[in-house]
Ligand binder design. Structure first.
Ligand SMILES: C[S@@+](CC[C@H](N)C(=O)[O-])C[C@H]1O[C@@H](n2cnc3c(N)ncnc32)[C@H](O)[C@@H]1O
Length: 209
């Protein structure tokens, strides 16, 4: 199996629920940043960090970065002045790259489709950027992702537009609001790669009591 940017993007795009993304991302970890940034012009980390920075004061805020990968989101958050950032990812290879960036307080290897090893209500904000969709994390896992957030805490999600439709995320997001788990503050479409046609969705939601 090759490791060029096209081949690996193809593998990731064809993941199905139940597939292990751990192996694919372990294979990709060394080249992920250069592929995503230099070849594809990936801008989701900056959009997510700017979005949070527009909503909350950076000082004294604890953030959990779900599916943190190589740490691009942590890095972008840190550039916005956030300093207390924890990350979780299923891939040890990706986590090794994230650790090297030295922007996370704690990094944990874990599967976000199971119960997460985090206490209740300990974070002011959460990010899940590029980590939702087939073979990744599903909408059904969001209630568990909300558990470590404080009431009124913000959840920022950016995800691929094709998965958003095929995975039924739009109705699932609305259902979570109807069920009183969160209040949606922003839900908008944008292209998240400057060098590719990649429609995606940005959601900002506030956890309810
Ligand atoms: C496209 S990358 C996004 C990484 C980072 N958030 C970014 O924006 O660059 C998706 C990440 O989700 C992680 N991931 C996929 N399924 C996961 C799961 N079930 N539990 C935890 N992490 C998962 C992968 O290992 C990978 O690092």
């Amino acid at each position: 199996m090759g490791n060029s940017s096209d081949e690996i993007l193809g593998r990731v795009s064809h993941l199905e629920d139940g597939d292990s993304s751990r192996d694919i991302y372990n294979d990709w970890s060394d080249n992920y940043d250069s592929h995503l940034i230099e070849e594809f012009g990936y801008i989701s980390p900056e959009i997510a960090a700017q979005t949070l920075s527009d909503e909350i004061e950076a000082s004294d805020v604890a953030i959990i970065d779900y599916g943190c990968g190589t740490g691009l989101v942590g890095q972008a958050l840190n550039q916005q002045g956030f300093v207390t950032i924890d990350g979780i990812d299923i891939s040890p290879g990706m986590l090794e790259q994230a650790r090297a960036k030295q922007v996370y307080r704690h990094l944990v290897c874990g599967d976000l489709t199971t119960r997460i090893a985090l206490d209740d209500a300990i974070y002011d904000a959460a990010t899940c950027i590029g980590s939702m969709g087939a073979g990744h994390v599903g909408a059904q896992h969001i209630p568990e992702l909300l558990r470590p957030l404080r009431a009124d805490g913000l959840f920022v999600i950016i995800m691929n537009g094709a998965y958003y439709i095929s995975g039924g995320f739009e109705p699932a997001f609305r259902q979570l609001e109807n069920d009183g788990l969160w209040r949606i503050r922003k839900l908008e479409e944008f292209n998240y790669m400057t060098q590719l046609e990649r429609p995606g969705w940005l959601l900002v939601a506030e956890k309810q009591q």
